[in-house]
Design a binder for this molecule. Structure first.
Ligand SMILES: Nc1nc2c(c(=O)[nH]1)N[C@H]1C(S)=C(S)[C@@H](COP(=O)(O)O)O[C@H]1N2
Ligand SMILES: [Mo]
Length: 520
């Protein structure tokens, strides 16, 4: 670094601490580490479909803080470039601070990290001040800080190496590493943008869709309005989510098509328009997951709009001997469904809407299947693209290959919602409540047992058909002390839930749900 020599004529073992050349390299390291941190942080926000990103949030705060007159003058000056300039300016300023902070690393090794943490804190404050902050943008900041810590050390290491004669070698290593981290960042940033961009454009086409569907009316007697009991209609945002895809496939309706083939007279190909041009059937159906443990909440009730599967199968003409339909989603997930459940008179639907709106992307947009009476893993394919009429003997599917049952009929189940397990309640009048389901059979009665006493009939809420859950409620008098309540349902086939506990594997849990509570 230094060309001076000491009186003995040898190169000093330790360089002057703040040699200007060295500081310039350190500043470069800071700028590059900053660029990587910002790039990966933005990529994370995009990939996770955050509504905002740290840089965008800071830029928005700057924009809002700019006095109106000044802002107008600036916009007059730069026109439509205002946003790129604002974002670009924010990034340049950020990288400048990173560079300056890093140039101090030799004298004060922790200063750069502290400065970057301060920048991240500003970013977090900006994110939190946005209308829809979201955890994804906060997570993006964490990724940014981690990237900074790692890349800064990678890059300053060679520069800080003060062994004699290490200058040239150190710079070569610095440049190699800089190229590497910038390259990796570029690739990941592009990937994040592509993933997020596709999702955004699909979200947009979804918002613009106008479908001839209704939100459905909750039957007047369905909601018993007991505090703490799951609402009869599950709001979309609260509807449980289960899928193997890491990110939900982003499919534009105009790109979607369904192929129906296999043991059929003629192969059929349906576009999204073909589907919504048909007369849509609308129905309440409760969907549940085979992995739902006794007392679990992997179950939800929604109003679905779609085309009956039996109609499209009839158009293709199902051949004799078939007993299954292998469904495949865009992301390659498969399930095999009993053919009978798709051709009998039940409301098995190719659903395009949920609760009166186009399916949410995470719930299978643009088209999924819903079949009353079957667990989701054998029937409710999201992002559905292919139906192959076949025979159970000839195919396997994602979960059946992993030891789960082949047919997957829903088991009759009841659940306690209130009082919560372990709750304290005032002694005297207590309202017990929950839900019960036996899709496509219907719930006949729900009984509650308190402290090992006799089984008592609970009041049932109404429902529009046998394909949905019902709410139950029972008012009881309790003395102070600990109490135990157990619930069981009887379905319309006359079957009463067994007390025998079975695990969710291979074909759904059994057993009675119970809660313990204390009256005071
Ligand atoms: N493409 C696809 N569809 C899928 C799954 C999946 O992993 N991938 N999981 C199934 C399972 S196991 C269930 S319980 C339901 C859940 O649907 P939901 O996420 O809309 O509640 O979707 C089914 N459809
Ligand atoms: Mo499931």
């Amino acid at each position: 670094m230094s060309t001076t020599t000491d009186r003995t004529g040898t190169t000093p073992a330790v360089d002057a601490p703040q040699a200007p050349v060295s500081r310039a390299w350190l500043a470069a390291a800071g700028a590059i580490a900053g660029a990587c941190a910002v790039g990966l942080s933005e990529a994370t926000a995009w990939a996770l479909r955050a509504d905002t990103s740290p840089v965008a949030a800071v830029a928005a705060v700057v924009r809002d803080a700019t006095p109106g007159a000044l802002a107008e003058a600036l916009i007059g000056l730069v026109g439509a470039l205002d946003k790129p300039l604002l974002l670009g300016g924010t990034v340049v300023l950020l990288l400048g601070v990173c560079a300056y902070a890093a140039s101090w690393v030799r004298r004060a090794p922790l200063v750069p990290d502290l400065v970057f943490l301060a920048l991240a804190a500003i970013g977090l404050a900006a994110v939190m001040s946005q209308p829809t902050p979201g955890t994804a943008a906060a997570l993006a900041l964490v990724v940014g800080v981690m990237t900074w810590v790692v890349t800064l050390r990678l890059l300053t290491g060679p520069v800080l190496d003060d062994r004699p004669g290490s200058d040239h070698e150190g710079r070569r290593r610095f440049l190699t590493r800089a190229g590497l981290v910038l390259g990796v960042t570029a690739v990941l940033t592009v990937a994040g943008r592509v993933a997020g961009g596709a999702r955004r454009s699909v979200e947009q086409s979804r918002r613009l869709l106008r479908l001839p569907v209704t939100p459905g009316e909750v039957p007047p007697s369905a909601d018993l309005r007991v505090d703490g009991v799951a609402p009869w209609r599950t709001p979309d945002e609260e509807f449980y989510l289960i899928h193997t895809a890491l990110a939900s496939p982003a499919i534009r309706p105009e790109d979607w098509a369904l192929r129906i083939h296999g043991m059929v007279d003629r192969e059929v190909r349906l576009t999204y328009q073909d589907l919504v041009d048909r007369r849509l059937t609308e129905a309440w159906v409760t969907l549940c997951c085979v992995s739902n443990p006794v007392g679990g909440d992997l179950v939800g009730n929604a109003f679905w709009s779609g085309v009956p599967v039996r109609e499209v199968l009839a158009a293709a003409g199902v051949r004799d001997g078939a007993d299954a339909v292998l469904q495949t989603s865009q992301d390659g997930w498969t399930c095999s469904t009993p053919l009978e459940a798709l051709t009998d008179d039940r409301n098995a639907l190719l659903a395009v809407a949920m609760n009166g709106r186009p399916l949410p992307v995470d719930h299978g947009f643009p088209v999924r299947m819903v079949v009353p009476g079957l667990y989701g893993y054998v029937s409710a394919t999201k992002w559905l693209v292919d139906l192959e009429v076949t025979r159970f003997d000839d195919v396997t599917a994602f979960w059946t290959e992993r030891g789960w049952g082949e047919r997957g009929p829903v088991k009759t189940m009841s659940r306690v919602d209130v009082p919560e397990d372990g709750a304290d309640v005032p002694a005297g009048d207590v309202v017990l409540g929950g839900v019960a389901w036996a899709q496509h059979t219907g719930i006949e009665r729900v009984q509650v047992q308190l402290d090992g006493g006799p089984w008592r009939e609970a009041d049932l809420g109404g429902s529009s058909n046998d394909d949905t859950w019902v709410q139950w409620r029972l008012r009881v008098e309790v003395e102070p002390g600990e109490h135990q309540l157990v619930v069981r349902a009887t379905d319309r086939s006359g079957y009463t839930q067994t007390a025998a506990r079975a695990d969710v594997v291979p074909d759904g849990a059994t057993g009675w749900d119970g809660h313990t509570f204390t009256a005071r």
